[in-house]
Design a binder for this molecule. Sequence first.
Ligand code: MG
Length: 389
Amino acid sequence: MAILSPLPSFAAIVVAAGKGLRVGGEVPKQFRQWRGKPLVRHSVEALLDAGAQPLVVVIGADAQTEAEAALAGLVGVRFVTGGASRQDSVRNGLEALARDSPLCVLIHDAARPDLPFAVIERLLAALASHPGAIPVLPVVDSLALAGNDGLMAGKAVRESLRRVQTPQAFGYSAILAAHRGWTGATEAGDDAQVLVASSGSVALVDGDERLKKITFAEDFVDIVTASGAAPAFRIGQGYDVHRLEVGEELWLCGVLVPHDKGLSGHSDADVALHAITDAVLGAIGAGDIGTHFPPSDPQWRGARSAQFLTHAVKLAREAGYEIGNVDLTLVCEAPKIGPHRPAMRIAVAQIMGTAESAVSIKATTTEKLGFTGRGEGIAAQAIVALHLA
Ligand code: MG
């Protein structure tokens, strides 16, 4: 990409010194797997591809082994030990570039793995006329000021506010001098604030929603084998039962099926989509449907189950996996599934963003035995295979 669109030369600092405790787990989040690679590797690769040279990764004092493993094989990466705060860590990174004395430097947080090339282009273009440039996004929600009493104390004008992302881009000598001259009593929120405190102007360029910070455990699907690599295949299974009752609609595989009874329960009670959702979640070790959409939460009452499956598939894709195939078995005495099978395959394929040929829907009775045989309920069993994208 750098060849197609020549950029001014620049260095980069990726801050990966945090302990990442908020996402849970023992490995700091910047070294955990995300979309098939350690989190930190995504943005380091994006910066190297864009031409960053040299590139300094700031790491914790005891993280050298993990960092080297996470960035194995990448050329032009240096490691520097971080400080007590993020600001100290950035300062260490900047000092480590003193001998190189680059014209520009991009300072980035490892917790923002999805770094579009266009953002780097916009930042470097803005540096032509300002010593600093940062990517920002508008605030879309209305804003309330919180009082100490837990009541709304006022409003803020969202039109004048921006959400700030990284990387932040600076003239190297300007940001180094600003960090060295920092006299604030508390830590600055980011490097742009450090530059502004030394009277440097900071241009705002368009950020990108993809640059969002990975913070909470829900963003993370931690898939790694003992060897440290993401497995090529994952398999999950799901099982669900719902009760048949008069007066309910019968939704199966996202299709409304005419019948004298329907399924009752959580959401639209689409037992088939629930089983497939659990199979996808099972394949990536991300809990079950109740973890993500608690039946006790009133917002899911009567909800379309397609959104549960869409969410599970999104998590699988974020973990680096694509749908291989789905095999579903519906267990019921009535209605007959055969006439609805084509529509069901199309619906499931659409919800999962996969080919119809990847979706198998089968049905069986239990010879009038048990609750399914007596027509009291419908059971569904699903198996899903995922492969690395
Ligand atoms: Mg269910």
